[in-house]
Design a protein around this ligand. Structure first.
Ligand code: SF4
Length: 447
């Protein structure tokens, strides 16, 4: 006898991906069959994103597709906060739940699939690291939910609430289980990683019998003991981050920081209500680079924020020249429904936003390309993600590249039968273009 089958569609950012993994793990644990399509599914769960208008539209389209292909749909995730919007377009969805509402989703599944899962001898085989949607060798590690900031362009706090940090023992147990399952790299994510534990007043917890504080530094130090790559995302340039840079300099965690600066003009940062907007970030970067010369910095920026003058924008370009960041993403400002920035005066015309975007990218591309050129001749360790189908080339990443968002290191002329995804290779960098590096194999470090 077969168990009931649940179709699952996962949209959105890495944080939403982690929510999907939790729900999938729970479904499997309770004995449901899970499918990535609608065929023969008893119902479909759609995990949505509601961050910007295009994501809202993509989510509404995915719900529509699930409704027309299957007709029995549970909606969860960020867009679930706006039930009216969903029901306006899709009045017959079975249930709408919000972000990180694992239990609500499971209750709805149990309610709308009354047939109980059959006893499944494989239930015990649900791995203790759960079900993952990323390749086997890297995994996102979500350390908290929500955010205490109120950036004026963002609606995440109204969707996900204030910061709630996971107890550090549970974070570290998960990371340890991931390592046991073959993961070589964990990517620490949250809305504000540097604020980890503030809400718990840095509560003391236990891991492997040792006391550990639920605190940014303590968590990083403990993760550094696992002997796998640990990469930090969404960190803000507060003074207390300095101590974590020391861990990077000591080789305990990757010397890589993803800091969403968003702008450099103090006036615009204030209008954005950005965390750490009064910090002197250039001075801070200088100190960090002195402590850890290998440090790689990635960031994202918004141009054309309401009220941004040519002077503010020029300040941003000057800052960029001086900051010499390694990896940078840029967006033109677009209003998000419900964000308070919509009410700010002096919205920037579209053509000016576009023109600033192009000027911004021109400056940054030259910086990134020059930085990559300097890598030629260096020896680096890279982690293999994949292979090019038609060529003897491994698609890999070094410590300087996060999956999906940064570039790659293409290791050429390899013997594919000797190397697999998840292997660490020592390579020599032979060439560079604007985003990627090319390399030749020196040796396979792990098999
Ligand atoms: S820090 Fe700002 S942009 Fe990031 S989630 Fe919090 S409110 Fe939103």
């Amino acid at each position: 006898m077969k168990s009931p089958k649940v179709g699952f569609v996962s949209l959105g950012c890495p944080k939403a991906l982690v929510d999907s993994e939790r729900i999938l793990t729970q479904l499997k644990t309770e004995g449901y069959d899970v499918a990535s399509d609608y065929d023969g599914a008893d119902l479909v769960v759609v995990n949505t994103c509601g961050f910007i208008e295009s994501a809202v539209q993509e989510s509404l389209d995915a719900i529509g597709e699930a409704m027309s292909s299957n007709g029995r749909v549970i909606v969860t995730g960020c867009l679930g906060k706006d039930e009216d919007k969903i029901r306006q377009m899709h009045p017959n969805v079975l249930k709408v739940t919000g972000p990180a509402a694992y239990q609500d989703v499971m209750e709805a599944v149990r309610e709308y699939v009354p047939e109980k899962p059959k006893h499944n001898p494989f239930i015990d085989l649900v791995p203790d690291h759960g079900i993952r949607l990323t390749p086997k060798h890297y995994a996102y590690l979500k350390i908290s939910e929500g955010c205490n900031h109120r950036c004026t362009f963002c609606i995440i706090p109204s969707m996900r609430g204030d910061l709630v940090s996971r107890p550090v023992g549970s974070v570290l147990n998960e990371a340890q289980a991931l390592k046991k399952a073959g993961v070589k790299e964990v990517l620490v994510i949250s809305q504000d990683t540097s604020a980890y534990g503030v809400d718990t007043k840095y509560k003391l917890d236990f891991w492997n019998g040792q006391p550990v504080k639920t605190k940014f530094y303590d968590m990083c130090e403990a993760l550094g003991q696992l002997g796998i790559w640990v990469r930090l995302h969404y960190v803000y340039p507060y003074p207390h981050v300095d101590a974590v840079i020391d861990l990077m300099a000591q080789g305990k965690i990757l010397p890589y920081l993803d800091i969403p600066f968003q702008h450099a003009s103090p006036r615009i940062l204030k209008l954005m209500k950005r965390p750490a907007h009064s910090e002197n970030t250039l001075d801070r970067l200088k100190v960090w680079r002195e402590k850890c010369p290998d440090l790689v910095l990635r960031s994202t920026f918004v141009v054309g924020f309401p009220g941004e003058t040519e002077e503010d924008f020029q300040m941003l370009l000057d800052w960029l020249q001086e900051a010499q960041l390694d990896r940078v993403g840029c967006f033109t400002y677009s209003p998000v429904e419900g964000a308070t920035a919509n009410d700010l005066p002096d919205h920037v015309p579209e053509e000016v936003k576009q023109e600033r975007y192009e000027r911004f990218m021109e400056v940054q591309q030259a910086i990134s390309a020059a930085k990559l050129q300097k890598r030629i001749g260096q020896t680096m360790t890279v982690l293999v993600d994949d292979f090019e189908e038609e060529f003897p080339v491994a698609v890999a990443r070094s410590y300087a590249d996060a999956p999906e968002i940064d570039g790659n290191v293409f290791v050429e002329d390899i013997d594919k039968s000797q190397i697999k995804a998840g292997d660490l290779l020592e390579v020599e960098i032979t060439d560079a273009d604007e985003y990627d590096l090319f390399a030749k194999l020196i040796r396979i470090k792990t098999a």
